[in-house]
Design a protein around this ligand. Structure first.
Ligand code: IPE
Ligand code: IPE
Ligand code: MG
Length: 243
């Protein structure tokens, strides 16, 4: 259970680096693709749990722009799973008032995946309860470069360049920044994820591998988040002893 404190410290936006599928499979003597399959099942559970809790925005790192460096057969398995996921989940997202939004450059994806993503985004376009951002072929630096390019194309001048105008040209334009960034599997790095948006996010790392990350694990992260003091440069108002 999440202990929702009186000042309601539930994040509006959670971002997750879903890592550890390969190791999960290796520990069981299975091929990596089986780890990704188990990872997709975990996605389902976490999306459902976030929707139930009333989280407004959930951003999941599914495929980075660096993941093209993996073996061809692993990439193919990931894209097959993406199609399967979209087929099964699109009607459920519609039913649950969830809007799917892709962040990343999908022009580089195989045609069937591109079409399925477009179809799913259009079918879920009216979703109002939660935005699910799927980061696919996403890289944070490329996203910032793209924003600068689009700012120039919009004929903005040097005076128009502000933190806000840059934000407005990112894939996540109009969305609040992530309050909480979770990474599973014990790796302590950002791997080019949401570099601009996570400037003030609370970071939560767990050793748990992504396929094992369930609603209890998410509640643990949310309780840790609720206990954090987000100061944004200010001094602590009611410091606890030892702080
Ligand atoms: C995360 O799991 C999924 C993707 C990057 C697509 P990994 O495949 O990176 O799993 P590990 O890190 O090798 O265990
Ligand atoms: C980050 O995981 C990307 C995704 C979870 C999709 P990686 O496993 O690719 O990251 P590195 O290579 O360990 O930094
Ligand atoms: Mg990994």
């Amino acid at each position: 259970m999440v202990e929702d404190t009186e000042n309601n410290k539930l994040p509006r936006h959670i971002a997750i680096i879903m890592d550890g599928n390969g190791r999960w499979a290796a520990r069981r003597g299975l091929p990596r693709s089986e780890g990704h399959k188990a990872g997709a099942a975990a996605v389902r559970d976490i999306v459902t749990h976030c929707r139930r809790l009333g989280i407004g925005y959930l951003t999941l790192y599914a495929f980075s722009s660096e993941n093209w460096n993996r073996p061809k057969n692993e990439i193919a398995a990931l894209f097959r799973l993406l199609l399967e996921f979209l087929n099964v989940e699109t009607p459920l997202m519609v039913e649950n008032d969830i809007r799917l939004n892709v962040i990343g450059d999908i022009t580089a994806l195989p045609a069937p995946q591109r079409a399925a993503l477009r179809h799913s985004m259009s079918r879920t376009g009216k979703g109002r309860q939660m935005v699910l951002n799927l980061a696919i072929n996403y890289g944070g630096r490329t996203e910032i470069a793209r924003a600068v390019k689009n700012i120039l194309l919009a004929n903005l001048t040097a005076d128009d360049i502000t933190e806000q105008s840059i934000s407005d040209h990112l894939y996540t334009a109009g969305q609040p920044d992530p309050d909480l960034l979770i990474r599973t599997s014990g790796e302590l790095r950002l791997s080019n994820f949401l570099l601009y948006q996570c400037a003030y996010s609370e970071l939560y790392f767990t050793e748990t591998l992504w396929p094992d990350f369930d609603s209890n694990e998410l509640d643990r992260a949310l309780n840790a988040y609720a206990a954090r003091s987000r100061r944004f440069g200010r001094i602590e108002e009611n410091p606890k002893e030892g702080d």
